[in-house]
Design a protein around this ligand. Structure first.
Ligand code: ATP
Ligand code: MG
Length: 421
């Protein structure tokens, strides 16, 4: 039997990694402009961390975690909890009152794999700790919007407020009354949620349930004065920054720890996997995990979904990493010379490759073509004798004779590749 990767665990092959690197480097550039610093976190944490922070009645903790029961550790299903743990453990707040942090890496959730939904997937997770100012809420959303626009991806921003421990309980009561009046028409999951986590009934994706809750009371009409003001200011700042958004009173988000602002960037192109980026405020979380009173807000962006959207918009066939120069030696002595020269060229910054075995010129030209080489350097017996090689420009098919010297060749290849770019 052939060995295969686990269901929901995907190899990202060489013809895709280029796109991944591009996305990551654009995102990093953007985060730098917004003065964020990177933090790298372990993928394995104590199960207790996730149980305490994500919430026992969420899909993640109820059924999606990869847990080693005997060791009481879990593969992280998201990054916020680990980041909070690190923030508290290393007392990061003492170094800077407001921390702007991001991390990129794999997350693990045991859910039903489909397009844009994997069991190992990647997130870029961004968190700002230490500020309750609604400006930061708007700034984060504006940063997300800017990333999508710089990548040329059309998404829309949906916004809601979930209130806080002051106003949510009375809203929850109102909502429960409403849910009970419709209980017979709701799915079995929603019936269960009505006792464990009634807000999540609003989040059910099944059309009959959606229809039932369409006229449910909105949390936005039940916010306390402080939450109401915070939410009004978030919207005002978004308008100041020219960020388009719409209100979605059904967006309650999966995680238990959210308060006030929640938001999602959604697309219509990925079916049920519509959320590309999701986030919100979690002012009580750090305290709940044993840290000081610290407000926080963040978002997580799903990189698989982002890459899928980029691939949808790009008709060009995927391409592997290309090279500046392919060295073609004819015969043993020339091949030896090429091998040495290739290392010198690589040392000076040129992307170069050659066939390690002795091959015909025809076969080597084919390889150069396949590798997308911008140039081929041909060295045969005569070239060796005269110490002059033939440099072929693969685009224009022009050939010139150049001194067989790494500095000279390097310059010619570099200059021409630059003028082509
Ligand atoms: P969904 O409703 O699609 O299950 P979620 O609310 O569980 O999403 P979050 O926990 O908020 O997702 O994670 C943030 C982002 O990470 C999502 O918006 C999505 O882009 C991405 N994401 C979440 N789960 C997966 C997954 N299993 N595979 C790929 N991407 C995912
Ligand atoms: Mg989910």
């Amino acid at each position: 039997m052939k060995l295969k990767a686990l269901n929901g665990f995907k190899d990202i092959l060489p013809d895709e990694t280029g796109l991944w690197c591009q996305v990551e480097s654009k995102a990093r550039g953007l985060l730098e402009r917004f003065h964020f610093s990177e933090i790298r976190l372990p993928v394995l944490e104590k199960t207790e961390l996730f149980a305490r922070s994500i919430g026992a009645t969420t899909d993640i903790v109820e059924k999606e975690m990869y847990t080693f029961v005997d060791k009481q550790v879990t593969m992280r299903p998201e990054a916020t909890a680990s980041l909070m743990r690190a923030f508290i453990q290393h007392n990061l707040q003492a170094q800077k009152p407001i921390q702007r942090l991001f991390t990129i890496g794999p997350m693990f959730r045991h859910e039903r794999p489909q397009r844009g939904r994997l069991r190992q997937f990647h997130q870029m997770d961004v968190e700002v700790l230490g500020s309750a100012n609604p400006r930061i809420d708007a700034e984060l959303m504006a940063m997300g919007a800017l990333l999508f626009s710089e990548l040329g991806i059309a998404v829309s921003l949906e916004l809601n407020s979930l209130g806080c421990p002051v106003c949510r309980p009375s809203y929850r009561k109102r909502l429960l009354e409403f849910i009970h009046s419709r209980l017979d028409n709701l799915c079995s999951d929603c019936k269960r949620r009505s006792t464990t986590n009634p807000l999540r009934v609003l989040d059910c994706k099944k059309p009959p349930c959606r229809e039932q809750v369409n006229d449910a009371p909105s949390i936005l009409e039940h916010l306390c004065a402080d939450c109401d003001e915070h939410f009004a200011r978030v919207q005002k700042h978004l308008l100041e920054l020219n960020i388009e958004f719409s209100l979605n009173k059904f967006m309650v988000r999966g995680l238990d720890y959210y308060v006030r602002t929640t938001f999602e960037f959604v697309t219509g192109e990925l079916g049920a996997q519509s959320a590309v980026c999701a986030g919100g405020r979690y002012d009580g979380l750090i305290e709940a995990l044993g840290g000081g009173k610290t407000p926080g807000i963040g978002f997580a962006l799903g990189l698989e979904r982002l890459v899928l959207l980029l691939q949808l918009g790009d008709e060009r066939p995927a391409k592997e990493n290309t090279i500046d120069l392919f060295l073609a030696g004819l015969g043993e002595a020339a091949s030896d010379y090429c091998f040495k020269l290739m290392h010198e060229l690589r040392s000076s910054g040129i992307r170069a490759d050659m066939d390690l075995d002795i091959k015909s010129l025809k076969s080597q030209m084919k390889q150069a073509d396949k590798a997308g080489a911008a140039h081929v350097l041909i060295i045969g017996e005569q070239e060796l004798e005269e110490h002059k090689a033939i440099l072929r420009d693969m685009a224009t098919k022009e050939q010139q004779r150049v001194a067989m010297d790494a500095a000279v060749i390097g310059k010619a290849v570099e200059r021409e590749s630059r003028s082509m770019a």
